[in-house]
Design a protein around this ligand. Structure first.
Ligand SMILES: Cc1cc2nc3c(=O)[nH]c(=O)nc-3n(C[C@H](O)[C@H](O)[C@H](O)COP(=O)(O)OP(=O)(O)OC[C@H]3O[C@@H](n4cnc5c(N)ncnc54)[C@H](O)[C@@H]3O)c2cc1C
Length: 445
């Protein structure tokens, strides 16, 4: 039984939830339920909606400090309270909630990865996303419209077949389809043989789709706040205090917090923050850019990814086309967009869909991606006691928010690594057990 989003549901959670690690249950402050009736009432009375989350003074100590108020930090806080009764938690962010990659991504959710470990893990996240709107009483606009990864060569077709087989073995819906079927699903795609890179087939993944990233961040934040967890925006962590091999506190721009459990969820800044605790991560930060067009009538029935052309596109509920590509080819901490990116993007996308030539690009932006050598995340303990990481999310981590939050919360609460995330331990880089996902994660985030 979890946070259900209705007053009855929340009361049910209070009655049925397990006690926390210290024998207490977090206080749940019932947030106002969003419904047609409450919309009508507010419209009639003009009464303001309550704030979705509140500001707090920084306490001198917390049971757990989570650094980073993106989807990973917020989800971990939510499942700590919901599943383990731990709510003496601070989520601190140097900027604003969702201001990192969690508010900058192109919101593709899928589980058609290459390794069994990856498929299993991301599939759990898709399942959690499917129930998230009802659970949080917050419309996260998850549209499972289908996901197509195009193959333009025999070798990429072989990789698609490989992925389809692994997906099926793990119970995930994926199949390789030919150009005719692709044309039927997306009539605007050029599947002729007259182009530079003809489309030979595609991996079709029906459960894949897009979600509304802001809504996910805000929905989690609202639930986290209702559990009494403190979200501290504009609170930068500047140092992590370690004594006798274990964490004892973090220093922030608003004061010191004593704590023995710290979770690093800082994506592009993951290695900088880990460095504060003396932990080296095999991560290089690269900018990743994206762009969006003016809204047009709905015509795109699936998310389209082309690894060969380094481009992908989806259409939002409002009709905008959202484009992305692979990371900029150099490590950097700059989030400036470049003309080079838009020129290349336009050329590649017109190769796939020449008929959209007149649609105008209205905006481009960038985020900072924490890239690992094997394109899989780093989750779990570090050599510093109490300092755990949920990082290395590169260009593909938004879809993993719920499952990572759930697993990291379990690790922090029980001090045991859940089986689902064991393959992603930091130790894999020294033990030679990489989880190679490059074939499924380099462009199609
Ligand atoms: C353009 C783009 C497109 C993408 N598309 C997809 C996609 O389609 N699907 C997908 O699954 N993933 C995608 N991703 C990747 C995804 O967005 C990220 O992997 C995911 O959002 C990471 O979430 P997070 O919560 O770990 O980090 P973030 O959301 O980046 O949050 C980290 C937070 O840490 C804070 N922070 C940093 N340093 C400190 C400090 N010292 N003290 C306090 N706070 C600090 C930052 O301010 C930030 O808010 C994309 C990324 C980009 C940039």
């Amino acid at each position: 039984m979890g946070f259900r989003g209705s007053r009855r549901g929340l009361r049910g959670w209070l009655n049925n939830s397990r006690n926390g690690a210290n024998g207490t249950r977090p206080t749940l402050l019932l947030p106002e339920r969003y419904s047609a009736l409450s919309l009508f009432r507010h419209g009639l009375t003009g009464e303001n909606w309550p704030r979705v989350w509140r500001d707090h003074d920084l306490k001198p100590s917390y049971d757990v400090v989570i650094i980073g108020a993106g989807v990973h930090g917020l989800a971990a806080a939510y499942y700590l309270a919901r599943n383990h009764g731990i709510s003496d938690v601070a989520v601190v962010d140097r900027g604003y909630l969702g201001g990192g990659n969690s508010g900058r991504n192109t919101a593709i959710v899928r589980s058609n990865y290459l390794t069994p470990e990856g498929v299993r893990f991301y599939n759990r996240s898709v399942k959690l996303y499917e129930q998230l709107a009802a659970e949080l009483n917050f419309n996260v606009m998850f549209s499972q419209l289908g996901h197509l990864t195009l193959a333009h060569s025999d070798s990429s077709l072989r990789t698609m077949r490989w992925r389809a087989e692994i997906n099926k073995l793990e119970g995930v819906g994926s199949e390789v389809i030919g150009p005719e079927e692709i044309k039927r699903l997306v009539p605007y795609l050029d599947v002729s043989s007259e182009v530079r890179y003809p489309i030979l087939g595609a991996l079709y993944h029906a459960p894949g789709g897009i979600i509304r990233h802001d809504a996910v961040n805000w929905g989690y934040a609202r639930a986290v706040d209702a559990f009494g967890i403190h979200i501290h925006q504009k609170t930068e962590v500047t140092a992590i205090d370690v004594e006798r091999g274990g964490v004892v506190g973090v220093r922030t721009t608003r004061g010191r917090i004593a704590t023995r459990r710290v979770l690093n969820c800082t994506a592009g800044y993951a290695s900088v923050v880990a460095g504060m605790a003396g932990v080296a991560l095999p991560i290089v930060t690269h900018p990743l850019q994206a762009a969006v067009t003016e809204p047009v009538r709905h015509f795109l029935g699936a998310v389209i990814v082309s690894g060969t052309l380094h481009v992908y596109v989806s259409q939002t509920d409002r009709g905008e086309l959202v484009f992305g590509a692979s990371v900029d080819p150099y490590g950097a901490y700059s989030i400036r967009g470049s003309l080079e990116f838009t020129e290349e993007l336009a050329g590649q996308i017109l190769e796939l869909m020449p008929s959209i030539a007149k649609v105008r690009l209205v905006r481009q932006w960038a985020g900072l991606c924490d890239m690992t050598p094997d394109f899989s995340p780093v989750m779990g303990r570090t050599p510093v006691k109490g300092f755990v990481v949920d990082v290395g999310w590169g260009t593909y981590g938004f879809k993993a928010g719920p499952v990572s939050g759930e697993a990291m919360a379990e690790l922090i609460a029980t001090d045991k690594t859940p089986e689902l995330i064991a393959p992603f331990a930091l130790a894999r880089f020294t033990e030679g057990r990489l989880v190679g996902e490059k074939g499924a994660a380099s462009v199609g985030h």
